[in-house]
Ligand binder design. Structure first.
Ligand code: XIL
Length: 766
């Protein structure tokens, strides 16, 4: 397939790869004709049909039809240059007042044309063009990695604490679905670009209020408060402000800009970012003692006073607006220290400043939680309000900045691990924000979804690129559940089954907002566990690889009541009553993600599981299709033992797309003792299991059959006769109980003496 994972990279590095033979007018047969290629873009996939024609004199013309969503656009390229096996051309596009040049270059590479396009400083993309129409991108990209159900709307969940906002230049270019999403979930809006100087005031005598007026009207219609962004900034500000004038002229231009813009929306905007990003990056112990101002055009023209002036002009233009200084990375290190120096000076000078915006462009796994908490308190101690103004947390492994620099990952879906790690970071952030709700006025996400984000490809927001809520959404709103603990409907979800089981620890079935799509069975009272006695871990996959443990709940609950924690694939709300979502496809990677999660919980002193889990004792278990999921993950070195129930590897590749695609070779994945619990010859998986058993010679293996057929005994009271057998195995393998070994060991083992069971063993020694 010709669709190639796009890579962003710097055009220069790229173009250096080949030289255009410009002087050669020799036309190349190979280049002419139609080529198809696809580029990912923030608004979706764009399919280009390039038509290249080269005349006898070697002069070339290039045009294209470009399909994006359901629209087709025709493009005539300019500046076409052609060489023997390479071609370059330019697309000129008009966005509002501005003209953009997108440069394309193509080089023949066998039967393909390697095309790159670049947007100047904003980076580039490459793709392979072919003679055939490319296939659509993989369907998976439409499916959420995990189904997340949300039971509270984020803006409502935090309405007593602070406003929840988003950035975007709504409503134009947003779909109806997106607009609905925005209005439903967010209480505040920040114009992402349309009120920036370059957009709204491109020339001294030219104003462009079309988009900003539309945004204000739309927001008012949806009762959203508006935060203006941004009046004075070094970036996205046209040069005319600074050209051909002394400092007095430049000061007047600033004044007139602020008067006109803030004045136009006077009384309609709740607040403004008056000055954006005035402090230099980095810094050291020396600069930490100073304001360390960025050497911007504003600083050069007006000196450090430019900030105070800007605030004064803004106050005059809109006396009721809350006025902010806004910046990134000001929560940490020398830049934080400089921000304190600057803010104190502004307050001393009588600048009418009301608040500080911490932008909040962070990265999962690297969020400076402690710095953030301290910074909020520091700013509040100056009497300033605080807002988190541009929040986004890119997923682990991706870099910050506007476009993903880890090129190859830019359009790969986020993994469940990454989504869960991100959810945990977001939850921690919001628990800090909530703690400081008195100081915090607003928390605004920088974009609507992973499609509508400047950090596209890095999955930073609460909705995925198809507008589905992500685990982060659930983890954030879950923080507020406790607020209404008295009301029965808002209790953290927990279900009791069969009076908590027969074991010494009464079990419950529950879930965690930071572990999406999994059901947890565990002793209710975790106080019994700690350094002395920890809970071994069971990872469980269901029959039919279903998205609920419903069928196995008695069995799993019984095991948990004997002092285990079970992480089973599936949605808790499907436990009592199943609907369509219980049939959703699941994946063995969920088990690995769950294992990562519980290990992280055990190490996290904020977690209820802190130092209560035996992370070195882990069983991979599952029934039927879920048994194959257990085999599939058995090569993970953290897994101690595998228990395969009513299952075995099929002789030929699995006929069902939703089943793990295993071959007998995968049996090599076992590296610890293995138990098969089967239903006898009438179990449809019997022959497969017996064949597995005959093939496995490299690890201890036990085959236990009870003649009940494929369904097993899971649904019987307390999981029926399978439960004591599974428990004996787990007690032996994971808790080292030698007594329990007697169930399996030797000719006189308990199962050997039990006429109902048939047991066979290999490589097992006393
Ligand atoms: C970004 C926008 O999201 C992009 O669409 C635009 O191309 C560049 O600017 N700090 C800010 C925001 O204050 O204005 C920036 O927004 C992101 C960094």
């Amino acid at each position: 397939m010709s669709f190639k994972t796009l890579a962003f990279f710097c055009c220069l590095a790229l173009c250096a790869g080949f030289t255009l033979a410009q002087e050669s007018k020799q036309s190349s047969e190979g280049l002419t004709g139609t080529w198809y290629c696809q580029f990912e873009s923030p608004v979706g996939l764009q399919t280009y049909h390039f038509h290249i024609a080269i005349d006898g004199a070697g002069d070339a013309t290039v045009n294209a039809e470009v399909k994006a969503r359901d629209e087709v656009r025709k493009v005539e390229f300019v500046d076409v240059k052609v060489g023997e096996d390479a071609i370059s051309f330019v697309e000129v596009r008009q966005f509002g007042e501005r003209e953009f040049r997108i440069e394309y270059s193509g080089k023949l590479n066998g039967k393909e044309l390697a095309v790159t396009r670049s947007f100047g400083e904003r980076g580039g993309q490459d793709a392979l063009a072919t003679r055939d129409l490319p296939q659509s991108p993989p369907q998976e990209s439409l499916q959420p990695v995990v189904e997340v159900k949300i039971d509270r709307i984020i803006k409502d969940a935090f309405k007593d604490a602070f406003l929840i906002g988003m950035a975007g230049d709504l409503p134009s270019h947003y779909s109806d679905e997106e607009l609905k999403l925005a209005a439903e979930h967010f209480a505040a809006i920040t114009p992402e670009n349309c009120m920036k100087p370059e957009r709204v005031h491109p020339a001294e005598d030219r104003w462009n209020f079309e988009s900003s007026d539309a945004l204000v009207e739309w927001a008012q219609m949806h009762k959203m408060t508006i935060h203006g962004h941004t009046l004075v900034w070094h970036a996205q500000t046209p040069n005319w402000f600074f050209e051909g004038g002394d400092s007095e002229t430049i000061k007047q231009r600033m004044k007139q800009h602020i008067e006109t813009l803030a004045g136009r929306y006077k009384g309609q905007l709740q607040s403004w970012d008056v000055v954006n990003e005035a402090i230099s990056d980095g810094g050291n112990a020396e600069t930490a003692k100073t304001e360390n101002l960025r050497n911007s055009n504003w600083l050069q023209a007006l000196g450090p006073e430019f900030l105070t002036l800007a605030f004064k002009y803004a106050r005059e233009a809109d006396p009721d607006a809350v006025l902010y200084y806004n910046d990134y990375n000001i929560e940490s290190g020398p830049k934080h220290a400089s921000s304190m120096v600057l803010l104190k000076r502004l307050l001393d000078e009588g600048a009418p400043i009301d608040g500080v915006g911490i932008q909040g462009h962070w990265r999962s796994g690297r969020v400076p939680f402690d710095d953030i908490e301290k910074a909020i308190a520091d700013y509040a101690s100056l009497g300033l309000k605080v807002s988190i103004t541009e929040l986004d947390v890119t997923i682990r492994g991706e870099s910050g900045g506007q476009f993903g620099r880890r090129q190859s990952r830019s359009n790969t879906p986020a993994s469940l691990d990454d989504l869960n790690a991100q959810a945990e970071d977001y939850a921690k952030l919001f628990s800090i924000f909530k703690k400081h709700e008195d100081a915090i006025e607003r928390v605004t996400f920088w974009g609507l979804s992973d499609r509508r984000t400047w950090r596209w490809g890095q999955h930073p927001l609460l909705f995925d690129a198809n507008n589905n809520p992500k685990p982060a959404y659930a983890s954030i709103v879950a923080l507020t559940r406790g607020d209404e603990a008295e009301s029965a409907t808002n209790q953290p979800k927990k279900v009791e089954i069969e009076d908590g089981g027969q074991g010494p620890y009464s079990a419950i079935v529950t879930e965690s907002p930071t572990l999406s799509g999994m059901t947890i069975y565990r002793p209710e009272d975790l106080n019994a566990f700690g350094t002395e006695q920890r809970l071994p871990v069971l990872l469980w996959g269901n029959g039919a690889c279903a998205n609920t443990t419903e069928e196995h709940k008695n069995f799993l609950n019984e095991i948990a009541s004997h002092g285990y924690i079970v992480l089973g694939i599936g949605l808790l709300d499907q436990l009592q009553q199943r609907d369509e979502s219980s049939r959703q496809r699941t994946n063995s990677s969920q088990l690995i993600a769950a294992l990562d999660w519980i290990i992280a919980q055990d190490a996290n002193d904020n977690s209820i599981y802190f130092e209560k889990i035996d992370t070195t004792k882990v069983a991979a278990m599952g029934m039927s299709c879920g048994g194959l999921q257990a085999i599939e993950i058995s090569d993970d070195p953290r897994i101690t033992t595998t228990v395969v129930c009513n299952s075995g590897v099929l002789p030929s590749r699995s006929p069902m797309a939703s089943m793990p695609d295993l071959t007998k070779d995968d049996l090599k994945k076992f590296h610890g003792p293995v138990l098969y619990i089967m239903g006898g010859p009438s179990d449809i998986a019997y022959n497969n299991a017996m064949d597995d058993f005959s093939r496995v010679d490299h690890v201890p293996i036990v085959m236990a059959n009870l003649d009940v057929g494929h369904g097993g005994t899971y649904r019987r009271p307390h999981g029926g006769k399978y439960s004591p057998v599974a428990l004996a195995w787990l007690d032996w393998q994971l808790k080292g109980k030698q007594d329990a070994a007697k169930t399996f060991l030797g000719e006189n083992s308990q199962l050997a003496n039990d006429y109902e069971w048939k047991i066979e063993t290999k490589n097992i020694h006393q």
